[in-house]
Each structure stands twice: as structure tokens, then as C-alpha cells.
Write a protein that binds this ligand. Sequence first.
Ligand SMILES: NC(=O)c1ccc[n+]([C@@H]2O[C@H](COP(=O)([O-])OP(=O)(O)OC[C@H]3O[C@@H](n4cnc5c(N)ncnc54)[C@H](O)[C@@H]3O)[C@@H](O)[C@H]2O)c1
Ligand SMILES: O=P(O)(O)OC[C@H](O)CO
Length: 334
Amino acid sequence: MKVTQPVRLTMVGGGSWATALVKILSENNVSVKWWLRKTTDAEHLKKFGHNPSYLSDVQINTRKVKVCTKIREAVRDSDYIILAVPAAFIGDALTGLKPEHFKEKYVVSAIKGMIPGANQLVTDWVSEQYGVPTKRMSVIAGPCHAEEVALEKQSYLTIASQDPDCAERVADLLRCRFVQTTPVDDIYGIEYSAVMKNIIALACGITRGLGYGDNFQAVLVSNAMQEIKRFVDAIYPKHRDLSGSAYLGDLLVTAYSPFSRNRTFGTLIGRGYTIQSAQAEMNMIAEGYYAVKSIYEINRKFGVDMPITNAVYNILYERAAPTGEMNGLKQVLQ
Ligand SMILES: NC(=O)c1ccc[n+]([C@@H]2O[C@H](COP(=O)([O-])OP(=O)(O)OC[C@H]3O[C@@H](n4cnc5c(N)ncnc54)[C@H](O)[C@@H]3O)[C@@H](O)[C@H]2O)c1
Ligand SMILES: O=P(O)(O)OC[C@H](O)CO
């Protein structure tokens, strides 16, 4: 179903994913107000029609897309708000907004990360902070790299919401020439799974950096799928098929694609970079770095067997040597 009524939407974020989503939305009958944090990027976008910092080849139709740097102005009069900044910065991005600014709006999280410290999923955090009812919340998931969207390569997104009507609406907004969308209901399972695949991509990168090959990575990824299933089923039990593209598909793209931020970050760590130097090397954020701490801490309560998550946590937060942690994993994977 094509979007026939003009829809007013706010995009929050100035990175790769926000840029790719604005490109997708521009294909449809959607009028976008795009909030970016950096005024220099916003000014450049207004003047030249492209984001100078991320996916700068993507041409933005500035007649359909209005750029702004004031968050209150950005969300005013919108029907939908899409959140597309790394989870660690969402509080900053929404500073100044109150529950009244979210009233009657649909809130869509395109974020695959946890709120550090609070150890909350983004949808839980938004509901708690701004009183958005769950039936108005959804998440954008699926194996989809912004870089491929920029090139209009055929992609698939899964839109999850507890309310089927909400999932359907958002799926309609994002369906276009090169993006197929599917509405589903497993919002928490999909959100956790999307967070955890980033941790696994870090592990894959670390093993690549250490010189492990495809044989080992295939075993790592298949064990990871079982680890994700154990955790998600423990924290949010529900009948679900984790071979779907929002679960397994997303894990595969992030574990194997050279575009993956998390895999790239992990590779640098495996090669011996410090965390600070790996972060400085990338102009992008690896969500898994923050997520592994949250998942590790949440799992203290659940006690799920999670050897891969524990190894990544030990490397990133306990200064454990990557070689030693991967040697340990070698013994438990099968
Ligand atoms: N890039 C993708 O292909 C892709 C696909 C699906 C989901 N996502 C998710 O989208 C979210 C955004 O990721 P991205 O890839 O667009 O990010 P990115 O790494 O491309 O860009 C970094 C973003 O973080 C912002 N930022 C950096 N430092 C900041 C600070 N101190 N305060 C506030 N903001 C700051 C930047 O302005 C920019 O918006 C993440 O949760 C990611 O998992 C990304
Ligand atoms: O693969 P990453 O680490 O860049 O994450 C991006 C998306 O989540 C892929 O779907």
C-alpha cells in the first residue's frame, strides 16, 4: 500500500542511518523535518542538499525535507518521530522535550542499542520518559546497511509494534522502489536481538583481527544465534522463529559485511588498538560497545549462559587480552 495522505514526520539524527532513512522517506508522500545536532552540517545540507559528514553522495530533496537544529521546532506538528541517533546520545538529542511534545504522535526507534546506565531498551526508555503508549511505539529492524540504501540496493526492513495498525502504518511509510517492509508484533524480541547482534559483530571483528578464518567465524555465528535465543527467550518469552531476517538476517549482515561499524571496531580491537584509538579511527559509533555492558549487567539477574557476550565484555571492560578470551571461547563453542 502506498502512502496517499501527506504525512508529517520528524527525523532525529545526523548520522548514516538517519540520512539513509530520509532518502527512503523522500521516495514517498512524506514531508520530513530533519533534526541534526551539528549546525554546520545543517547549514551545509540547506545550501548544497547533502549531508557533508555521512553518506555525502545522497542527494536530499530540500523541497520535501526541511532541516533544523532546534528539537522543539523539529517535532512540532509532526505525526511521526523517528529516532536515529546512537542510544548513548538520545537523551542529549531530546533535551528540552517534555511528554506534551510526544502527545498523539507515533514514535519509531531506528536505534539498535541500549540506554547506558539505565540498561533499558530505547522503546522502554521513551515510554518511561515521555509517556508514549506502547501502541504508538514501533522499531525499525532488519539487515539493512545505510551505505547500501544510499546505493539503492534492494533491502528489507521489519517494522515491529505491539499494535498491528501502528506497525502497518510505519511499514507503509518506509516501503519504496528498493525497500520491502514487513510489519510484525515481536517488538521486544526484535529490539533485544538487534542489540545483541552488534555484540556478536564485535566478537567476529575481534577474531578477524586476531587472524581467525571463516571456519571459526561460521561456528561463532551459529553459536551466537543460540546465545541470542537463550537470552531473548529468558527475558521476553514468546513463540518466535529466530531464523527470520530481523533476527538471523541482521546478525549475518553485521557479522560479514565490510560496512559493519561493530565488526570494524572489533577488528581494530583484535589487531591491538586500544578502545580510545579504535573509536578515534572511526567517524561512526559501534553500538555494541555500550550494549555489551548493559546486556552483561542485565544478565546478572537472569544467569543465561552467554560465553560470547562475556568474552566481549571482558575484553572491552575488564582489559582482558583478546587472545586469551578467544582461546577460552575455542573450548566452549561447538
Ligand atoms: N548505519 C546503519 O547502517 C544502521 C542501520 C540500522 C540501524 N542503525 C542504528 O542507527 C543508530 C544510529 O547509527 P548511525 O549508523 O546513523 O550512526 P553513525 O555512526 O553514522 O553516526 C553517529 C551519530 O552519532 C551522533 N553523535 C556522535 N557523537 C555525539 C554526541 N556526543 N552527542 C550526540 N550525538 C552524537 C552523530 O551526530 C551522528 O548522528 C544506531 O543505533 C545504529 O545501530 C544504523
Ligand atoms: O553492521 P553495523 O554494526 O554497522 O550495524 C548496522 C545495522 O544494524 C545493520 O542492520
